[in-house]
Design a protein around this ligand. Structure first.
Ligand code: FAD
Length: 543
């Protein structure tokens, strides 16, 4: 058994009875990356997450491992170089989960950048990121651009460009890093909230934790604490009475999902919106296409961030202007999500202009907080904050240097991307034999990598699609600490976002299986059932 939600109590006991070197707060990509790096260097590490792993921003991004082309416009060369170069590294660490995705950038007659500037900008982007010659940008004529994507509006296209990016699933990436951290010795647990800090002589020495499922409170003792709580970073700095100087500014980003039939683009596209010149993505994924994002200042609840009808109408309008034949309406939206960017506030800057660079804040109590940054840069952020921590707190210890560029993530034992494709082909054949749609092969391998074998070997006899979902659930409970059905439908499988029809087909059987495995009574079953139903309607009810 891996990280099983049925063994939570034994993890809680270890958390109570161990004196840790490092406690990481937050099970998003930043905290996960820090826990993996710290345990690989030899620090005795614990990680606590108040909700589910990747509950915050790390399941609500655009799901790209990208260099951030638009940051070139803001002259953030250092950021583009770092995250751009990281793309290839993270692809190596999980080639099934971080997959190459060519991006089409259409150029317009009356707006946006000229061909020459775009050609130079993309060349610089490739250079900074060290992109291999065969993957470097290619400029297109008007005809080539329209051939590449016939749905584009024809009257104002003057050409285009194709350049290299990578697509991922943010929550799956976070989960695999969490599991790798546990494999390297970290004690990790979800649904455990930091309530307050414990001090001795003004220095932080631990935290009081609430186990959210049982309500039990306990203490974790640790020589150092890193606050990687994303949009909640400032709340913890307030608890530590150290929210002085720089602070966070949260901006909301919304994504919509429609079926691939409704928006049948041939490849990922990054285009500027006619009315305000902002850039947005349309990205095909399996049976769906997703569209995003917005970028607006946010001050509401961090626990429940939703898309409004204004957000949805803006994105639909942008798509219809760019692809005039598709005529999307709000009724075509199958799903949506909204996330918060934890950015560093700067006087007089608008949401879109704020830097995406990460920053580390050190408080007099010793609490280190890290915020800002990108999914793509998680490894480098971890390296930086741990180098600072080790210099300060563990100078006497002979610890390893950062090695995470060599640590392959769970399910990633592929030599290269070609092997991933071969494996997908072998899974397709197996699915056909089991009366399952062969297009599930891409989904399964993209989600689980080689762990697909564990799931397929566990399929019981019965209706194939339902039995597959139940085998996925058992994997999520026994190996990935899924505690609620929404952990499963949102962050372990992405089904609520990308395959709502399948979710509706299998949800009853999944809930009954969950009831049996977790030992819920009928009241708990009803509560979980209602939360699944309200999430299904919630993703399309824009207020
Ligand atoms: P989070 O993922 O929010 O994790 C913080 C965690 O801390 C949460 O899970 C929370 O529950 C937990 N927590 C809070 N308080 C406590 C407590 N008291 N006790 C215990 N746990 C606590 N980056 C890219 O590289 N590529 C992209 O395509 C991209 N697109 C984006 C699109 C949008 C709309 C947004 C909003 C961001 C995007 N980003 C992208 C940025 C990226 O998603 C974030 O930088 C990253 O996910 C932040 O991760 P995090 O771990 O710092 O925060």
């Amino acid at each position: 058994m891996g990280l099983s939600s049925l063994h939570r109590q034994s993890i809680v006991e270890k958390l109570k009875n161990t004196h840790f070197d490092l406690l990481v707060i937050g099970g998003g990509i930043t905290g996960a990356g820090i826990a993996l790096d710290a345990s690989a260097r030899g620090l005795k590490t614990a990680l606590v997450e108040k909700s589910d792993f990747a509950f915050g921003t790390s399941s609500r991004s655009t799901k790209l491992i990208h260099g951030g082309l638009r940051y070139l416009k803001q002259l953030e060369f250092g950021l583009v170089k770092e995250v751009g170069s990281e793309r290839a590294v993270v692809h190596q660490l999980a080639p099934h989960l971080v997959v190459p995705e060519k991006m089409l950038l259409p150029l317009h007659e009356k707006r946006g950048f000229g061909s020459l500037l775009t050609s130079f900008g993309l060349k610089l982007y490739d250079f900074l990121a060290g992109v291999k010659p065969e993957d470097q940008r290619r400029m297109l004529t008007k005809n080539q651009t329209l051939h590449q994507e016939p749905l584009l509006r024809k009257d104002d296209i003057k050409g285009g460009a194709i350049y290299a990016e990578y697509r991922t699933d943010d929550a799956r990436l976070t989960m695999e890093i969490i599991k790798s951290a546990a494999l390297h010795g970290s004690e990790v647990i979800n649904y455990c909230r930091v309530l307050k800090f414990i001090y001795e002589d003004g220095k932080i020495v631990g935290a009081r934790i609430k186990e959210e499922l049982s309500g039990e409170e306990f203490e974790i003792k640790s020589r150092a604490i890193i606050n990687a709580a994303g949009p909640w970073v400032d709340e913890l700095r307030e608890l530590d009475k150290s929210k002085l100087g720089k602070r966070l500014q949260l901006t909301k980003g919304v994504h919509l999902v429609v079926s691939r039939e409704k928006l049948p683009i041939r490849q990922a596209i990054y285009f500027d919106v006619e009315e305000d010149s902002r850039m947005i993505f349309c990205i095909p994924r399996g049976r769906a296409t997703y569209i995003g994002t917005t970028d607006t200042n946010y001050e509401g609840s961090k626990e429940e961030v939703v898309a409004t009808s204004e957000d949805a109408t803006y994105l639909i309008r942008a798509v219809n202007q760019t692809f005039p034949g598709v005529n999307l309406t709000l009724n075509d939206i199958e799903s949506s999500w909204a996330g918060l960017r934890p950015l560093i506030y700067e006087d007089g800057k608008s949401a879109s202009d704020l830097s995406r660079k990460d920053e580390i804040f050190e408080s007099p109590s010793g609490l280190l907080s890290i915020a800002g940054g990108k999914l793509t840069g998680y490894r480098k952020m971890a390296e930086r904050v741990l180098d600072q921590l080790i210099d300060r707190t563990f100078p006497e210890r002979e610890l390893e240097k950062c090695e995470t560029h060599k640590i392959r993530l769970f399910g990633s034992n592929f030599k290269n991307y070609r092997e991933v494709k071969q494996y997908i082909a072998s899974i397709e054949a197996l699915l056909k034999k089991n009366q399952l749609p062969d297009e599930y092969a891409n989904y399964l391998v993209g989600n689980y990598g080689k762990q697909t074998d564990i799931i397929l070997n566990d399929i019981q006899s019965g209706e194939a699609d339902i039995e597959l979902a139940k085998a996925e659930l058992r994997f999520a409970i026994h190996h990935e600490m899924a505690v609620t059905p929404l952990d499963f439908f949102i962050r372990r499988t992405g089904m609520l976002y990308f395959d709502k029809p399948r979710m509706m087909r299998v949800s009853n059987a999944v809930l009954l299986e969950f009831k049996m495995l977790a030992g819920w009574d009928q009241i708990q079953f009803e509560i979980q059932n209602r939360s699944v139903e309200s999430s299904i309607s919630g993703v399309t009810s824009f207020k």
